[in-house]
Every structure is written in structure tokens, then in C-alpha cells.
Design a protein around this ligand. Structure first.
Ligand SMILES: [Zn+2]
Length: 205
């Protein structure tokens, strides 16, 4: 049965919330009614945070992490080990690894994985900036922390061919543990161990 909504304004807001992944119309209505209960300042702050986010957030020009400025808080942090680069699929993976509190290197966000089936080739990904970082020197080790599936394996293989012969150690987070696809679903201890127990990349498909 179609949801009864007494106001067009209410209905517009519900439509917007319901577009978010995992938010059904009933949840959307509950959230909108909840917002309506708040005072105007609070609702304005809510709306502004979203507008400002979209207008001002940047992508770090070095690693592809999200940032408020040209370079992210990890790339500009001098206490991080800049000779160590962990290659991840997306920013959520950085957040998951940072949550472990044990990794002290830097990152490189690819923005996806090579997937010929979906028409995603190396040129669609943030790979040229990784090549640039390598050319600039100072990197001793690159760690692949990508999904243990065909796309992840293909991407690791492609990158390893790009990196090899440059005197950089290539390793891969331990695969003995169940990743269940995305790093963000792995618990912190498991993820922390899989980085510590990383192995040298085998280099085959
Ligand atoms: Zn960065």
C-alpha cells in the first residue's frame, strides 16, 4: 500500500532520504519527522553540513584520500612512514585500517578495481598518480590490501608488473584470514594481524 504523506514538502524530504542506500521509505519518514522536531538552527546545521561537504571536500592530490585541503592529513603527517604505501580500493578501506591504530605508513586509493567485465580498465583508476609517486622515489615497500577476488587479483597482478624492477618490495596483506570481500567488514584485530603478517607478493594470477 502506498505510504500516506499529508504534505508535499514532507514527501519531497522523504524522497531524498529514501534515495540513500539501505534507507526504505518508512525509515526515511521516521528520520524526516525526527528532523522536524528539532529547532531550526539544528536543521540548518544538518543541511549545511551536507552542502559544504559536497562543495568543499577534496581528493588528496598525492594519495586520493578525502581531504579538506590539497593534501590529506595522512600525507602531511611527518610522523607517518612515507616509504611504506598501502594500496586500497576506496576511502572506506583507509578508515577501516586506521581504526586498527597499528598501521603507520601511508596509502594510495585506487578508486576501484580492474574489472574488464564492467569496463573498468587501469586508466579508469587512480594509477598514474601511484606511478608518479614511485618515480619521485622514497618508497621502499608497497602493500596490496585489495579484495581477495578476481578483480582484486587482476589489479594486484597489473600493479606488480608496473612496480617490479624498481627496487621496491611488493607485499600483500595475509590472505589466510576470511576477508569476506571488503576490508571494512573485517574486525580490527584480524585486519591488524593481516597487515602485520603480510607476505611478499607472489606475482601470478
Ligand atoms: Zn593523501
Amino acid at each position: 500500500m502506498e505510504q500516506y504523506i499529508p504534505s508535499k514538502l514532507l514527501s519531497n524530504a522523504v524522497d531524498q532520504f529514501a534515495k540513500l542506500p539501505g534507507v526504505g521509505r518508512r525509515t526515511a519518514l521516521r528520520l524526516v519527522l525526527e528532523l522536524l522536531k528539532r529547532d531550526e538552527n539544528s536543521v540548518t546545521a544538518f543541511a549545511n553540513s551536507i552542502t559544504e561537504l559536497k562543495q568543499n571536500i577534496r581528493t588528496c592530490k598525492i594519495c586520493g584520500n578525502l581531504s579538506d585541503s590539497e593534501t590529506c592529513s595522512i600525507c602531511t603527517n611527518h610522523s607517518r612512514n612515507h616509504s611504506l604505501v598501502c594500496v586500497v580500493e576506496n576511502v572506506r578501506d583507509i578508515i577501516a585500517i586506521e581504526q586498527t591504530g597499528t598501521y603507520r605508513g601511508t596509502y594510495h586509493v585506487l578508486g576501484g578495481l580492474i574489472s574488464p567485465m564492467d569496463g573498468i580498465g587501469p586508466s579508469e583508476l587512480n594509477i598514474s598518480s601511484l606511478t608518479q609517486r614511485i618515480e619521485q622515489g622514497g618508497i621502499d615497500e608497497i602493500i596490496f590490501a585489495l579484495s581477495a577476488n578476481m578483480e582484486g587479483d587482476t589489479t594486484c597482478f597489473y600493479l606488480s608488473r608496473l612496480i617490479s624492477g624498481k627496487g621496491i618490495k611488493i607485499s600483500q596483506i595475509a590472505r589466510g584470514v576470511a576477508f569476506g570481500g571488503d576490508l571494512e567488514y573485517t574486525d580490527e584485530i584480524t585486519l591488524s594481524r593481516s597487515i602485520e603478517n603480510r607476505t611478499e607478493y607472489g606475482g601470478s594470477l
